[in-house]
Design a protein around this ligand. Structure first.
Ligand code: ADP
Length: 397
């Protein structure tokens, strides 16, 4: 069974095609279209048979998917005979009111996503627009949404509920839903395989453009740092992270700012960007090295927020077997990993500095006598979505 996994941005479309009929689950091809709707898009494609790159106008996501299918079936570099070989398009969807897990995309699901447009403003609107267009343009193609919140359905109420009136939770869905579910699920499954133990207590640290920690016991999420929306938890590249909502009236009263403007600042102009004016961690690290105090403060605050949840989850799990760093920052910044693990020997966490600094890709970076194993592990959210789409379709047939 071949599954196309789509990653949508408001003006971008990235995809990977997996063959899940093959036990090795190979990725057959990948590609991307950027600047959709603009005068010229870069359309890139790569498979074992070759690569192509072209500049052309791509007016909308429907056209981007049509180009993708054209490339996948191209006699020279394509990997399938016809588009009908693609069993489904799987989407790493973010949030919907009253819906989680893995679901076929239909009118009810799209309305449920729209109902949370203002909870996840950067993610839901472009996904809903593109999914609706694809459903109209490719009515024969099953579309499957695998929600990021699905992995966190196992979080017990004591960690899932906010201390708000019950009806906020039951009627309005005001809960700690958690996100990055595909990534944390991948890390849980991969670590259990590598350590050859299904009963692991593990802390998954997904540190990237947006970041979250997840406490995982026996393969199940028991707590995570993001909440009702992906805005909360750790501070992010340009998002605030945990914040006291009672600070808002003070700023709004003093400046005349509207509620929507204040929310937009918390969602787009806060985090690392708000503290030091840079939102790419590589730029923040470089500026801190030249002695910029704001950049150093941003790094220190980011690491403090990671250690805050790390400490909470070490206590939550009781006896942690492994800590795993993943995503753009987790995989590529030895400095952040070293700052996070500093002075934690008494808690059984000790890095091997050489392994942390050198090396590449999946590897253990803890010292031989560290009680808790520390790993760097590239995540693979797309294969999780492909497997979930396959499982849904197989269960129905
Ligand atoms: P997204 O959430 O957008 O998918 P990624 O997981 O790709 O994000 O992570 C993006 C982040 O990773 C950026 O902040 C970038 O600065 C950071 N990053 C990438 N490479 C490095 C590196 N070599 N050192 C430090 N940070 C890095």
């Amino acid at each position: 069974m071949k599954i196309l996994v789509a990653n949508l941005g408001s003006t971008s479309f990235k995809y990977r095609l997996f063959d899940l009929g093959d036990p090795g689950e190979p990725m057959l091809a990948r590609g991307a279209v950027d600047r959709i709707g603009g005068p010229s898009s870069k359309v890139v494609y790569a498979s074992s048979k070759g690569k192509t790159e072209a500049d052309r106008a791509v007016p909308d996501h429907g056209e981007a998917v049509r180009l993708c299918l054209e490339q996948l079936t191209n006699p020279a570099t394509g990997v399938i005979g016809s588009a009908s070989e693609v069993s489904a398009i799987g989407f790493k969807a973010v949030h919907a009111k009253g819906i989680s897990g893995v679901q076929r995309v239909d009118a009810r699901l799209l309305s449920a996503m729209e109902a949370f447009n203002d909870v996840t403003p950067a993610h839901n609107p472009p996904y809903v627009r593109a999914m609706r267009m694809l459903a109209e343009r490719f009515p024969e193609m099953p579309l499957v949404a695998a929600f990021e919140t699905g992995f966190h359905a196992t979080i017990p109420d004591r960690n899932r509920r906010y201390a708000v009136p019950n009806e906020w939770a039951t009627e309005h869905g005001v809960l700690r839903w958690g996100f990055h579910g595909a990534s944390h699920r991948f890390i849980a499954e991969r670590t259990a395989l590598l350590l050859n133990r299904p009963d692991l207590r593990l802390i998954s640290c997904h540190l990237g453009g947006s970041s979250s920690l997840c406490a995982i016991r026996d393969g199940k999420s028991v707590a995570t740092s993001m909440g009702m929306s992906p805005q909360s938890g750790l501070l992010q590249n340009n998002r605030v992270g945990d914040f006291d909502p009672f600070a808002l009236p003070a700023v709004m009263r003093a400046t005349g700012m509207r509620f929507e403007e204040a929310l937009a600042i918390l969602a787009n102009r806060s985090g690392l960007l708000g503290i030091c004016g840079k939102n790419d961690l590589r730029d923040v690290e470089a500026a801190a090295e030249t002695g910029e105090a704001d950049a150093q403060l941003a790094l220190d605050m980011y690491v403090s927020s990671i250690r805050h949840y790390l400490g909470a989850y070490l206590v939550e799990l009781g006896d942690t077997d492994a800590i795993v760093f993943t995503a753009g920052i987790g995989e590529n910044s030895p400095r952040i990993r070293s700052m996070v693990c500093r002075d934690l020997e008494r808690l059984g966490i000790l890095l091997n500095d050489e392994l942390n600094e050198a090396g590449h890709g999946e590897r253990k970076i803890s010292a031989a006598d560290s009680k808790v194993e520390v790993w760097v592990m590239p995540t693979n959210e797309e294969i999780i979505v492909a497997r979930q789409a396959r499982d849904l379709l197989s269960a129905r047939s």
